[in-house]
Ligand binder design. Structure first.
Ligand SMILES: Cc1cc2nc3c(=O)[nH]c(=O)nc-3n(C[C@H](O)[C@H](O)[C@H](O)COP(=O)(O)OP(=O)(O)OC[C@H]3O[C@@H](n4cnc5c(N)ncnc54)[C@H](O)[C@@H]3O)c2cc1C
Length: 526
């Protein structure tokens, strides 16, 4: 899949006017592209940076119904997410797997309440349940997790885990196979209304080329950045009248430590830290992931930074609630994502705002979608496409998409059931693994399971152009070990340049990766 110039890419689009142009290649936009393409629509998706470069590669990687929503009595929301969790585990078993979670409790009363709640949670999944909910004595808990501070008892329940950046690629490739025209490093710079639809201006951020694509419908799925494009569309139809922002970003920070620093066979949920937040420790790709925070922001930088207060919170809670004292050298990577929370009640604090999504049709054929979570991307996409049909923006689908049955790219029936807990390897590529093994350099290991042939494969088949595309998302080295990512970067740059003929932006990566490293001076002191 050689990267074409923007102009020849646009010329190759099968029709002069697309049915649906999706802006944004995160979970939400990619889900819409898959749904629309499988319905037989002519689909174009453009992503300003890279697939999942925004929030969608920075999640806690849990497919979950939301234990917190259960406590709030929002059962419909939990039921839908549990159904979606089960569906995804079926459609992409190489990238979505069951994971046991342990919750420790300090009093008999909270143990009773928690176990009843989690039993209900397990029962609500029905036949899509992933395992039994077990009560754990203090001795069993100590045996399973010796590092956890004293507890009177615990509960083990099941939820799902997934690899977010690779799942995004699996969606992109599924949409591509279904006929969608997918393009990363291509920013929407303007939207205008015309008689037959919308005229969308595009900029290739690598080459500087520009072009125009016409589409009957435009879907704004740009996450925390939706308001800028929505304003443009409203202005284009003369409707801009100080509309309140639809989204309120809330920042979440994760730390990654080596597995030996914090050994885990199952995930740990701390339902209420000393300041009332939720904290997870999750075994992920051979390391342990700890997070997250929930800090409201007024702005939405593409690479947000952790605040000193967030680092202090994570270090302190890892010590108090999880029983592990971290030193700065234990932290291999820090990364930060922005939740696109729906701005329904601006007076509320961020942690109380619903994660439910919103679909807003501001003009014929112009729809904005935001909120929700990764787990529910498929249900959100289905609802959005139905909304376009109901509004008369699109005719009924030529065929039912059946996205709940359609296996995602890379599907293999016999994926290792704990694959996402193990160090990264070819198992993450599912059915593509054999193709990678046939490319030159399959025996030349660069580090952390990454071989030369994997870089070639990603350049040829997964739209990888820059070192960041490769080391942040195709292979999660930046998110697992930022210093190692810096060491691998020059060789990865050489291979990418050889494959694509495009500047892989090595210097930009080296400067970005500094941000993922915890310096001694930033380390919170007790
Ligand atoms: C810390 C954290 C933890 C989370 N954990 C979980 C979890 O465990 N499980 C779960 O289910 N959910 C989780 N979520 C929620 C989930 O990650 C998000 O709901 C989801 O990723 C949002 O996807 P999106 O596509 O709407 O946004 P994004 O992924 O941000 O995608 C929007 C895209 O639009 C692009 N874009 C912006 N402007 C333009 C433009 N002008 N032209 C073209 N493209 C543009 C951006 O580059 C970006 O890639 C978490 C979120 C956070 C922040």
């Amino acid at each position: 899949m050689t990267r074409k110039s923007l102009l020849s890419w646009a010329q190759d689009l099968p029709q002069p006017i697309a049915d649906v142009l999706v802006m944004g290649g995160g979970a939400t936009g990619l889900g819409v592209a898959v749904q629309a393409a499988l319905e037989g629509r002519q689909v174009v998706l453009v992503e300003a940076r890279d697939f999942a470069a925004g929030t969608s590669s920075r999640s806690t990687k849990l497919l979950h119904g939301g234990v917190r929503y259960l406590a709030q009595g929002r059962l419909a929301l939990v039921r839908e997410a549990l159904r979606e969790r089960g569906t995804l585990l079926k459609l992409a078993p190489h990238l979505a797997q069951p994971l046991p979670f342990v919750v420790a409790q300090k009093s008999r009363w909270s143990w009773l309440i928690t176990s009843m709640g989690l039993k209900l949670y397990g029962a609500m999944a029905g036949r899509l349940g992933l395992g039994t909910t077990d009560l754990l004595s203090a001795a069993t808990l100590r045996h399973l997790m010796p590092q956890l501070p004293d507890a009177v008892a615990g509960v083990r329940y099941w939820d799902g885990q997934f690899e977010d950046a690779r799942l995004a690629l699996a969606l992109a490739r599924t949409a591509d196979t279904a006929g969608a025209a997918m393009r990363n490093h291509t920013r929407v710079t303007g939207i205008k209304r015309e008689d037959e639809g919308w005229r969308v201006s595009l900029l290739d951020t690598l080459s500087g080329e520009t072009t125009i694509v016409l589409s009957r419908c435009v879907v704004n799925a740009t996450g925390v950045w939706i308001d800028a494009l929505r304003d443009q569309a409203l202005t284009a139809i003369g409707q801009k009248h100080n509309t309140a922002p639809m989204v309120r970003p809330s920042q979440g920070v994760h730390l990654v430590v080596e597995r030996k620093t914090f050994p885990l066979q199952q995930a740990v949920l701390v339902p209420k830290t000393s300041d009332g937040r939720v904290l997870f420790a999750v075994p992920w790709l051979g390391a342990t992931l700890i997070g997250t925070t929930d800090t409201p922001r007024d702005d939405a930088p593409t690479e947000p930074r952790a605040t000193a207060e967030e680092l202090r919170f994570l270090f302190e809670q890892t010590r108090i609630s999880l029983g592990v004292t971290l030193r700065s050298e234990d932290v291999r990577s820090i990364w930060v994502g922005l939740r696109p929370l729906v701005n329904t009640q601006p007076q509320h604090v961020s942690a109380d705002v619903s994660r439910e999504h919103v679909i807003q049709r501001d003009a014929p054929g112009f729809v904005t979608i935001t909120g929700g979570k990764w787990t529910t991307y498929r249900a959100m996409a289905q609802e959005l496409m139905q909304a376009l049909v109901d509004a008369g923006d699109l005719p009924s689908a030529q065929r039912p998409a059946q996205t709940d049955q359609h296996r995602l790219h890379g599907y293999i029936p016999d994926a290792p059931v704990t694959g996402l807990q193990q160090a990264p390897g070819l198992h993450l590529l599912g059915s593509d693994a054999s193709a990678v093994a046939q490319l030159p350099g399959h025996d030349r290991l660069l580090g952390l399971g990454l071989t030369e042939s994997l870089v070639r494969f990603s350049a040829r088949h997964e739209w990888a152009v820059t070192v960041e595309d490769m080391l942040a998302r195709r292979w999660r080295v930046l998110f697992l070990d930022a210093r190692l990512a810096q060491q691998l970067a020059p060789r990865v740059a050489d291979i990418l340049r050889e494959e694509t003929g495009i500047d892989p932006q090595l210097d930009a990566f080296l400067s970005l990766s500094q941000q993922y490293i915890l310096n001694n001076s930033e380390t919170p002191r007790e």
